[in-house]
Design a protein around this ligand. Sequence first.
Ligand code: HEM
Length: 301
Amino acid sequence: MKALEPEIRGIITELIDGFAAAGECEFISEFAHELPTRIFLALMGWPLSAAPQFTEWTDITLQGIPGASEAESAEARAKAATEIYEYFGRVVARVRSGEDSSETLTAQIINTPLDVEGTPRPLTDEELCRMFFLLLVAGLHTVQGALAWGLIHLSRNPEQREAILDDPTLIPSAVEEILRIETATSGGRRATRDVEIGDVTIKAGDQLLVVMTAANRDEDEFDAPDELQIQRHPNRHIGFGAGPHRCLGPHLARLELRLALEEIHERIPDYALVPDNPAVFHSSQVRGCEKLPITFTPATL
Ligand code: HEM
């Protein structure tokens, strides 16, 4: 991840250059969505030109069609999922046939055998397609959401933003606090047995959306859990989950968030939300933001 730092900072600078002089931007489409998408596509070796298509697919998969009926959304989700799997199927076929002989992360994943109890075997096409799909969904909207929550909470807490401007070395702990206070992910689970949590009985087979933010605001663990405290210590949040399915990408996510906050506070430090054009959020397994207009003093390039 450390080796990626210059490339990621370069992408961040380029994106901010795109709107800095205007004094306003729609933060999601012009920054928070673009950043993880570009980094992720570069990391996987997938073409940047595919970005709008991936955006459409992942938006529909996560959110359905906003405003449409459940049946219409389900149909759109199934169509998007089929198209994604077809795309990945072609990626896998090109690497397996030798037509694509690049040494991208994608090729490494395809060519690395899976060790099943001491016996290596290649990953099946279906396993690969599912893994690529998981990586795509896991690595984009999550970072997008965390970036948006960061700006929202810091603009609502100007004295803490001021502290960051005075001392940018506070940014890593601010990132942890943003991941705690507004965790961008809610894991899906199916109960394997009956269980009682608090006063609630969960039955074997029940499907749950586990809202990590609730745990991250547990007052038995955190003092004043609803307050942003960028210097909170200790901060044992579970923003990246816990257990065997803990997030695979926290190092990349933390790097993207740290570098983004460094450059944003350097270039457009007085960003503000726009009261008559408020943010639009979405919630599914990712608690994110799809629109966040901001204004700031125009900056020179
Ligand atoms: C701020 C950004 C991120 C947050 C808040 C986040 C959060 C999470 C959480 C809470 C889980 C566990 C879900 C569960 O238990 O059901 C998870 C899983 C996962 N994350 Fe992240 N994530 C972020 C960024 C990333 C990135 C950048 C990548 C990849 C490049 C990534 C890859 C994954 C994968 C592959 C899993 C599934 C692991 C498994 O099921 O074994 N995540 N993430």
